[in-house]
Design a protein around this ligand. Structure first.
Ligand code: FAD
Length: 263
């Protein structure tokens, strides 16, 4: 590791100032510290958000659950409001990585990082979530760009994510055995605007699938998935799976998610 300045603000105002001055936000360090060790990131100043209490917690605001950016995966998994109103999100959080990752990793860090195989971006996209930052509110549809790229600008911090409560939803992940990231994960949400399907792990970034959404809008049932064709040409092929295999997994995981949502 190399020398850097470590800041530990206790308020959002102080954290915002430090990040505006060029500091890099540090959440649970689950991605940041490994990236720094590998010299993929070399920030001069780390701004640890761990003591900014305004950034943690879950509350219900009308028909939405608002979850603070620094809320850890294990806390989302165990939170009573999440379990009651959005059990699919509690289950998703409980299936992330291992116990240590869930004890340290955060919602905001996951969404800001936008790993192409991460779980939370698919939930945000399928549920039509809104990303709240220190300067604005961004619809999930406009937030996630390609691999590791988002609409976040320099000096902007995620403060919370609000998730509309769906009629029903489920997440089905086919895990990559070693990391437990998604080889393919599909989040299906039956929302007031109709079904939304977001796929992670299969391509260079999370994406919605229009064909699956149209089929499920006609009938929200697992058997309709068989009629949808999945184009493998833009999916990833790597040592874990071919693009064709991932295309097939999208169908299998969608069917499982719909089954689970209806259970
Ligand atoms: C072994 C392992 C297995 C994993 N398995 C899974 C999995 O199965 N599914 C899954 O979804 N994820 C998985 N992850 C990712 C993990 O869940 C974390 O969410 C992710 O690594 C981000 O970590 P973090 O929250 O500690 O953020 P950090 O590593 O601290 O930060 C990550 C990035 O986000 C930025 N950032 C953090 N907070 C904010 C904020 N509030 N505003 C703006 N920018 C911010 C940081 O500056 C940095 O660029 C795994 C990670 C590991 C190490």
């Amino acid at each position: 590791m190399y020398a850097f300045t470590y800041e530990r603000p206790t308020s959002l105002a102080e954290a915002t100032k430090l990040v505006h001055a060029g500091g890099q936000a540090l959440a649970g360090g689950q991605t940041m510290l490994a990236s720094m060790k590998q010299r993929l990131m070399q920030p001069d100043t780390l701004v640890d958000l761990g003591r900014v209490s305004e950034l943690s917690g879950v509350r219900k605001d009308g028909e939405q659950l608002v979850i603070g950016a620094m809320t850890k995966h294990c806390d989302v998994e165990q939170n009573a409001l999440v379990k009651q109103y959005l059990p699919a999100l509690a289950a998703l959080a409980g299936g992330i990585g291992d116990r240590q990752v869930r004890a340290m990793g955060t919602l905001g860090g996951s969404v800001a990082n936008n790993d192409p195989a991460a779980c939370y971006p698919s939930a945000a996209l399928a549920l039509g979530a809104t990303i709240h930052t220190t300067t604005r509110k961004i619809a999930a549809d406009d937030f996630f760009f390609a691999m590791y790229a988002t609409a976040l600008q320099a000096g902007e911090l995620i403060t919370a994510v609000s998730f509309p409560i769906p009629k029903r939803a489920a997440y089905a992940k086919f895990k990559q055995g070693a990391s437990r990231f998604a080889m393919v994960g599909v989040f299906v949400a039956d929302t007031v605007q109709g079904p939304r399907v977001a796929v992670t792990g299969a391509a260079n970034g999370v994406f919605r699938h229009a064909g699956l959404e149209a089929a499920l809008a006609k009938k929200f049932a697992p058997e309709v998935v068989a009629q949808v064709s999945i184009d493998a040409s833009e999916l990833n092929s790597d040592i874990h799976a071919s693009a064709e295999y991932r295309a097939q997994l999208i169908k299998v995981q969608t069917r499982r998610a719909v089954q689970e949502a209806l259970a």
